[in-house]
Design a protein around this ligand. Structure first.
Ligand code: GLA
Length: 387
């Protein structure tokens, strides 16, 4: 839904003209499960966006509504719940709570949310609603923060209020993604480089339409396993703080000293960090087949070493092989369902989308949603009351 239509609905709902902020969903080209290991990632923002329309209201209350759910939620700003309520509004509420805790107390407001990003598909709909809500609430009290700080505030909300121990990748690219570019991010320093993606390729996103129940439990389990790896390896390398600090050579030397599962997790992270740096070199040089090869390796590693893929993702990745214009592909995001990302020549993208859709339906019996994406712009103000 375009901003103008959302503004029209907002006005008929609340009788006021809104300001609208939006933030995008994302795909991760490469660098999976490396962000919370202080490593490297390379996501892009995509054209599916979440919009949050906002206007001031005189009472010290927040009224939160969505175009997708019937309920409306009202909270007293002087008595905000300090814990998640379990409802969708938690993403907006959590931002308000964290803004208050960090000295940027929000004003009374009406908010209306609309999202184009499918929920639970691994395209970071939660980071998008957090970032758009943060910009919206900050706009009313004149808070201006650098976008990297907004990203950190949103990640903190997700960690401390929602209770998901995610890394910084999704919120960061939702804030700072750039049209036509991949964002190479060092998750320790937050230094980043925007690398141009040739206009001749598209990112074809294929949704397996499954999300396995154990996804968030397994995510936290992987984080623990990585921490355990660091703890054991620090016995030999006392200076290390995260798997980021270990080279493949150092890890292999201690393969016998780590429990097998921990070793596999560490090996994925260490090699994946190397793949991100290598794929950045490929992208800078316009070497898409080199990039595609690294994407395939990343998928295999996520399947065999990190064990976060699933049957449907593996099938979707295999079905892409041999299709015209295909450079490479992999699962994207946390895993256990959600989407694959495929780099495909622009001239072949439509045909690729049709064919993979038919093939997946034949193999799994589910019709996938397929999106042909280009790298899009990060968070922005879309419509202010004057416009
Ligand atoms: C989820 C998290 C990210 C990142 C990925 C895996 O998307 O939100 O922080 O850890 O999983 O790469």
């Amino acid at each position: 839904m375009a901003s103008k239509e959302l503004a029209r609905r907002f006005t008929s709902m609340f009788g006021a003209q809104p300001t609208i902020f939006s933030a995008p969903g994302r795909v991760n080209l490469i660098g999976e499960h490396t962000d919370y290991n202080e490593g490297f990632v390379m996501p892009s923002a995509i054209g599916l966006r979440t919009r949050v329309a906002i206007s001031r209201r005189p009472e010290r209350k927040l009224l939160i509504r969505s175009q997708h759910f019937p309920e409306s939620f009202e909270f007293d700003l002087d008595d905000l719940p300090q814990q998640a309520t379990g409802a969708w509004c938690d993403y907006v509420l959590g931002i308000a709570v964290v803004l208050q805790q960090t000295g940027h107390a929000p004003q009374g407001a009406n908010l209306l949310v609309h999202s184009e990003i499918p929920i639970g598909a691994g395209l970071s709909s939660s980071a998008a609603i957090e970032v758009a809500s943060a910009l919206a609430l900050m706009s009313l009290n004149g808070t201006v923060l650098p976008l990297a700080e907004v990203a950190k505030l949103c990640q903190h909300t997700e960690n401390a209020f929602i209770g998901a121990r995610v890394g910084i990748m999704d919120q960061f690219v939702a804030c700072l993604g750039k049209a036509g570019h991949a964002l190479l991010l060092d998750c320790r320093s937050l230094d980043f480089e925007l690398i141009s993606i040739p206009d001749t390729v598209r990112m074809v996103v294929c949704n397996t339409m499954v999300k396995h129940q154990h996804a968030s439990g397994e995510y936290n389990q992987r984080r623990k396993e990585c921490e355990e790896g660091v703890r054991i390896l620090a016995g030999w390398y006392p200076g290390i703080r995260a798997l980021r600090d270990i080279s493949l050579h150092q890890l292999v030397q201690h393969s016998q000293d780590l429990p097998e599962t921990i070793y596999k997790r560490c090996r994925h992270v260490v090699e994946e960090n190397e793949r991100v740096r290598e794929s950045a070199r490929c992208l800078r040089a316009g070497d898409l087949s080199g990039f595609g090869k690294l994407m395939r390796e990343s998928h295999r590693s996520l399947r065999d070493l990190y064990e976060v893929s699933c049957r449907e993702l593996d099938i979707m990745v295999e079905l892409a092989e041999g299709l015209p214009g295909y450079h490479g592909g992999r699962m994207t995001g946390g895993g256990f369902g959600g989407c694959t990302l495929n780099l495909v020549e622009e001239t072949e993208a439509e045909a690729f989308a049709d064919r993979i859709s038919v093939r997946y339906q034949q193999a799994v019996g589910i019709k996938p949603d397929v999106y042909i994406c280009s790298a899009a712009e990060g968070a922005k103000a879309e419509l202010n009351r004057a416009g």
